[in-house]
Structures are given as structure tokens and as C-alpha cells.
Design a protein around this ligand. Structure first.
Ligand SMILES: [Zn+2]
Length: 438
């Protein structure tokens, strides 16, 4: 069966008595033409005059073109590609065939070294190469590979990368490319680290914490202003000196101070919460904030007394200076609230997204049961099955032998919680389960 690109051949690798592996490929002349020239073989075959002395040249050109096209896949930079092609017009020189320890054939340009061989396997092999052996003997890295050599590459995690000399030793464009690429990437990583340090120390010099300045809402604006792709690119530019760190830091400071000015005080926020709440309930977005009719973000705290989760009926309590605390409507603390404080209660409701996000909310339940050996294991097992982490678990046993187990854990919402409770109710000896409500 030919491959989709029409290649068709029989391959086998044999090992000779002396341990030398060699690959045999068997094909008809027609299969061979297709293997060498691909689809182009057909027009070439037609145009070829028999006994033409230029056939060898033409073949060389075609194989050259073939290799160029193959390389083009690996090279992203056009300039680099052109210079590579120019430098390698010696493609017509013969190739050298050698073997991996497994007996696979590698075809490299004549004059190739173990460096070329290593990179032809994988750039990671080249980048971590420590030593090479040919036919079982250690060789220097500039050893010229001979036809039929069996080459073994030894790598080490301690090798940090290629050396610059390798660019002169390597023969194949592929290896040189990969070495250059390594230096480019390595250079970028170094520039980013340097840039980061420069920006941080500049910010510190101006009396700012770098973590305050590099919030995404600020960095995003700086990235757009300077037309960079991402923050790392900005840091890399600072690192190699293309951008001045002072410029970047000043811009960040401006943005930071602007945002400070705009941020409403707690008092203003709460006033607006009360004002806006007249007609519509305040929406709870997540554990990070409530949404007042889609406009203001306020600190929100889910009170520990009743641990509301999405789906519970809830009410908000405007605290003094600490945002809004959320309780279940059946929380004893809400029910027992003095008349004078009731004006601080606001209607709140879960925003629809709370039910779909992966966010988890702390819930607490009390399990009443007859104390028996193994009941803790049975209960824990149900949590494990559902991949729910138990945050805390404590129990009290009465003289009559009944136990109250308090458990807290995180769930996504009231449905998941109810399912869990139903499952726990089915455990032998469990009498009742209730959610803590203050
Ligand atoms: Zn409560």
C-alpha cells in the first residue's frame, strides 16, 4: 500500500556478524523514482531523454529542492531561511549514511559530526549531548562521520546547552539552526530575568511595591501602549536595553495612582449599595465580590455562622467598614437581629454564573448518629468517592451513645450539597443531618 504521498517501499534492518546494522530498502525503479522525487517524479520521467548527460544534474537539483522544502518547515524567519540556503549550496556534495544504536539509518551531509547526528535525532538530544561514541569507541565531537558508522550519543542533565564552537563544528543546516535557536531562546530567558530585576528595583527606588504596580489591568495598558505581545516581551526588551525601565515604571505608577483615585471609599460603596438596592436585589457574583446592579464591586464575606452556598436563600448585612456579609435567611443571627440593625439588611441574590463556575463554597453540616465502630470510615468514604476534601471534622458523644459529628467542606452549590446529604442519610446508624445555621 503506498502512503498518501505515493511513497512505496519495503524496509528491513539487518545486523551483520560483526554487529554492524544496515538497512535494506527494496523497491521497483518506478517506486524508487516516486520515493526520490515524490509526485514530481512523473513529469521528470516524461521529460527525461534517455542517455541525457544532464540527468545527474537535474536529479541533484531536485533532491536539493526537496530538502529545501523540508527545511522550510523548521525555519520561521525568512531572512534566516535565505541565508541558510545561500550557505548551503554545497548540498550537491555526497551524503554520509550512518546508524543509530537501534540500527536506524541516518542520512547526513558528508563531513557531518556527532553534533549533526545528535541534532538529527532531536534538539533535546543535541542540547544535552555530553559525549559520543562511534562503533563503541569514544570520539571527539568534531569526528567526521564515515559511511556505516554506528553512533551513540550520551546526554546528561548537567549539560546546560550547546557551546558556541559547535556552530563551527556542525555541518548540517538543521543542527546549526537548532543550536542558533537554543541561543536565541536562552538569550530571551536571560533578558526577561534581567528586565524583571531592573523594573522591580526601579519601582522600589521610587517607593512602590512591584506587585502593586504589575496588576494585569496596568500591565495590559502598558503592553498596548508600546505595542508588545505580552508582558514577558516588555521585560525582555527592558533586559536587552531596547526599553528603559524608568519609562515602564513611570507609566505603571501613573496607572496605579489613577486607579487609587477612582476607587470609591467603603462608605461611598455602601451608600450606593443601599441606594441601588431600593428596587433590585444586589447580585452576588462569587466569593470575590457582589455586584450592585452590574456596576460596583464590594467586598463580600460569606459568614461562618451559616455558610451559605449557591442556591441557598440569602440576605446581605452591611457591616461597618468590612463590606457585606452574606447569611442564609434562616441563620439564627439574622433572625435574632435587633430591630435597630434591620435597616442594614439588603436583599441579595446569586448571580446565575455562580451556579456554573468551578468556585467552591464552604458548607458545614451536623450529623446525628448512633455511635458504632466504623461509622467515621463509612462517612469519610462518601466524601472520598465524591472527591470532596473535608476541611474539618469533630465529634461529641453523649452518655446515651449518640454522636454529633460536625463537618465542614467545600461544595459548588446547594444541589451538590443536598445529594451529599441524601447519600449520608443512607449510611447505617445515621439518624439525622442538618446544616449549621449559627
Ligand atoms: Zn449567618
Amino acid at each position: 500500500m503506498p502512503k498518501p504521498n505515493m511513497y512505496q517501499s519495503l524496509h528491513t534492518t539487518l545486523i551483520a556478524k560483526n554487529g554492524q546494522p544496515f538497512e535494506i530498502q527494496i523497491r521497483t525503479f518506478e517506486m524508487h523514482r516516486t520515493a526520490e522525487y515524490g509526485i514530481a517524479a512523473h513529469w521528470k520521467y516524461k521529460e527525461r531523454g534517455s542517455g541525457d548527460t544532464t540527468v545527474r544534474d537535474e536529479e541533484a537539483k531536485l533532491s536539493w529542492l526537496r530538502q529545501i522544502l523540508e527545511w522550510q518547515k523548521d525555519v520561521s524567519d525568512n531572512k534566516e531561511f535565505i541565508s541558510m540556503v545561500k550557505n548551503d549550496l554545497d548540498l550537491f556534495s555526497d551524503n554520509v549514511y550512518c546508524f543509530t544504536p537501534q540500527g536506524d539509518v541516518k542520512n547526513l551531509p558528508a563531513g557531518s559530526t556527532p553534533i549533526d547526528f545528535a541534532y538529527s535525532i532531536h534538539s533535546a538530544v543535541g542540547n544535552r549531548m555530553k559525549q559520543a561514541a562511534v562503533n563503541g569507541k569514544m570520539v571527539p565531537l568534531d569526528y567526521k562521520i564515515q559511511n556505516g558508522d554506528r553512533i551513540e550519543i550520551f546526554t546528561s542533565q548537567n549539560v546546560k546547552g550547546p557551546s558556541r564552537d559547535w556552530l563551527n563544528i556542525a555541518k548540517s543546516t538543521q543542527a546549526k539552526n537548532k543550536i542558533n535557536q537554543w541561543f536565541k531562546q536562552e538569550g530571551r530567558a536571560g533578558n526577561i530575568t534581567r528586565g524583571k530585576e531592573l523594573v522591580a528595583s526601579c519601582a522600589k527606588g521610587k517607593g512602590f511595591e512591584i506587585s502593586d504596580l504589575t496588576k494585569p489591568e496596568f500591565t495590559k495598558k502598558v503592553i498596548t501602549k508600546y505595542g508588545f505581545r505580552d508582558w514577558d516581551s516588555i521585560l525582555a526588551a527592558v533586559g536587552h536595553g531596547g526599553l528603559k525601565e524608568g519609562q515602564i515604571v513611570n507609566k505603571l505608577i501613573d496607572l496605579y495612582q489613577e486607579s487609587k483615585k477612582k476607587a470609591p471609599t467603603d462608605e461611598q460603596v455602601l451608600a450606593s449599595v443601599i441606594e441601588n438596592n431600593k428596587n433590585k436585589p444586589v447580585k452576588i457574583r462569587s466569593t470575590n465580590g457582589v455586584l450592585v446592579n452590574g456596576v460596583v464591586d464590594v467586598n463580600v464575606r460569606f459568614s461562618r455562622c451559616c455558610s451559605p452556598v449557591p442556591g441557598d436563600e440569602i440576605v446581605g448585612f452591611i457591616t461597618r467598614g468590612r463590606g457585606i456579609s452574606i447569611h442564609r435567611t434562616d441563620c439564627v443571627n439574622v433572625i435574632a437581629l435587633p430591630e435597630s440593625e434591620k435597616s442594614r439588611l439588603v436583599d441579595v441574590e446569586w448571580q446565575q454564573e455562580s451556579f456554573h463556575s468551578n468556585e467552591k463554597f464552604m458548607a458545614e453540616i451536623k450529623i446525628f448518629c448512633n455511635n458504632r465502630i466504623g461509622i467515621f470510615a463509612d462517612i469519610s468514604k462518601i466524601f472520598t468517592e465524591r472527591e470532596i476534601d473535608i476541611a474539618s471534622m469533630s465529634s461529641k458523644t453523649s452518655k446515651q451513645g449518640t454522636a454529633t459529628i460536625n463537618m465542614s467542606f467545600e461544595v459548588g452549590g446547594v444541589d451538590a450539597l443536598q445529594q451529599l446529604i441524601n447519600r449520608l442519610m443512607a449510611v447505617n446508624s445515621v439518624i439525622d443531618i442538618e446544616r449549621s445555621n449559627g
